[in-house]
Design a binder for this molecule. Sequence first.
Ligand code: PBG
Length: 323
Amino acid sequence: MLQRPRRNRKSEVIRQMVQETHISAANFIFPLFIVDGTNQKVEVASMPGIYRYSVDNLLREVESCAKLGLMAFDLFPNIEESLKDKYATESHRDGSLYLRAIKEVKQNFPEVCVVTDVAMDPYSSDGHDGLVENGEILNDETLEILGKMALAHAQNGADIIAPSDMMDGRVGYIRKVLDDNKFTNVSIMSYTAKYASAFYGPFRDALNSAPKHGDKKTYQMNPANQREALIEARLDEYEGADFLMVKPALSYLDVIKLLKDNTELPVAAYNVSGEYAMVKAAAKNGWLNEQRATMEILTSIRRAGATSILTYHAKEVLEKGWL
Ligand code: PBG
């Protein structure tokens, strides 16, 4: 035999010497859920170890993450039902829970990176990412609301705006609103290929944001499609996105790879709530080794081509020294 591949696997030192994919804390973006009130820290039932924090406790959580080297956060608000309306007005109201949270985090920890979610669903009485009229999700009318939301986030200190709604033209629209208001340094991480996925279930529990009627298939992508992601990627690049994101991650590793091979922009992937919940549930039952399964999943997302990984596992991985 001329080739014996096992020679490069014979010891830990050699295995590490030839290892192609590495993960560090710098690759992680940690999603955090926010709720109104004070001294709140309420676990999400379907996401063990993940909590909704009131702003005071959110600051403590950010501080404890930063001590572990976890420096980037994506914030999501749980909005009281009575504050929701058709137009998601609460999403850009001065002094709203979400805007206060962004401001407080940036004021107290200016060195951390705050990613903000731009979409109507947490604030919409319809539970959709767009404005609903006679059962139809309106595209261009939604853009105006997204523009107001993105501007409010920038005014309160957001570093990266992440539109997650899958409306057409939103990256270009938001870029223009930001630039017109002198926020040329605020970045856009576009949810480029976001699929209509069953794996968002636990997240919608966390935010109480499930659609009141219908589904999201007229705006989120069909899980059966790969090439369509290239159309979205081309548009996002053209419209001025700084990052392209694929979501979910695990069932879409091929899409991560496809975008990686077809763009010069950094590619991010969202390891979503349902993917996290599956690992936690199986681990709780003793059906798999949680550390090994978690690291294998995160490594596979990096291997497929993602530079940044939005993952609920981030803090635990660092706390437990799994890297
Ligand atoms: C909605 C949004 C969703 C997630 C992030 N932003 C859910 C959805 O589209 O219904 C899902 C995140 C997760 O499941 O972890 N704008």
